[in-house]
Design a protein around this ligand. Sequence first.
Ligand code: NAP
Length: 290
Amino acid sequence: MQLLDGSSCSEQIRQEIALKVDEIKSRGERVPHLAAVLVGNDGASQNYVAFKIKDCEQVGFNSTTIRMEETTTEQELLDKIAELNADDDIDGFIVQLPVPKHIDDNKVILAIDPRKDVDGFCPENVGNLSLGLPTFISATPNGIMELFRRYNIETEGKHCVVLGRSNIVGTPMAVLMSRNTNPGNATVTIAHSRTKNLKELCASADILIVAIGKTEFVTADMVKEGAVVIDVGQTRVPDSSKKSGFRNVGDVDFENVKDKCSYITYVTGGVGPMTRASLLQNTLKAHQRR
Ligand code: NAP
C-alpha cells in the first residue's frame, strides 16, 4: 500500500506557482489576486478560507477576505459579487459554500462572472468541462486528477466508481475520469444514495472515489484487493483530546481498508491540500487569461 501524499504534492505545486509569481514580478507585472467571500460564522468555512488565504500569501498572490454577517441578505451578497466581477484588480474569487440557508446558492453561483469563477462552479465552466474545452475545473476533482498524474497512476480502461454525485465533487469527478485524457479514459459508474447493491459495486472498482460525507462508510468488504481508494470525505466529529475540540473523519474506514489498497489517501494530508493547490492553479490561470 502506498499513501498518496497530498501535502507534499501540494507543496510541490505551490513551489511551482511561486516560481511563476517571481517571473511575473520580475516582469514588473501585477501579481494574481484572489478574493474570498465568507458569509456567516460557520467554523469549518472560516478555517477553509483562512487556509486559502494563507496559501495565497505563501505563493506570493495578493488576497482579500470579505467577511459578511450571517444576516446578510441575498441581494447584499449579489451586490458584492457584482462589485467583485467589476473589480479589475481581482483575477478570481470564491464565495465559500455553504452560504446561510436564507440565501439561494444557485443564484450566488449564477451571479459570478465565469472568467473569475476559480471554483469552477458556474454553468459555463461546468459545460466547458463536459465538452473538454478550456475551463476552470472544480478544485477537488482537479486536485485528485493531479494526484493520479503525479503518482503515475494508470486509469485507462479501469473501472472507476465515484460514490457521491454532488455538483462540486462527484459529478465533475466522474466526467473527468471518463474523458479521453490521461489520467482519464476510465469506465465510470456514479453511485449515490439510491444505488442498489452498493457494496458489490464498490467492490468491483479498480478506482474508488468516495465523496458522501458519511464517516467511515466504506469498509474493507467494499474494497477490491489492489484498488486505488480516494477519500474525499471530511466530517468534523467532537474530540476532547484535540485543542480544537474536534477531528476530521473521512468516508473510508482507513485502518481496515488500507492494507487492501495499492494506493489510498488519508483524511488529513490527502485530498484537502490538493483542493487548495487547485484553487491556486485556477487563480493563476485566471490571471494569465487576462
Ligand atoms: P453532498 O453535496 O452532501 O453530496 C453527497 C453525495 O453523497 C450525494 O450525491 C448523496 O447521494 C451521496 N450519499 C449520501 N449518503 C449516501 C449513502 N449512504 N450511500 C450512497 N451515497 C450517499 O457532499 P459533497 O459536497 O460532495 O461532499 C462530500 C464530502 O466530501 C463531505 O464530507 C465534504 O466535507 C467533503 N469534501 C471534502 C473536500 C476536500 O477538499 N477534502 C472538498 C469538498 C467536499 P444523493 O445525491 O442521492 O443524495
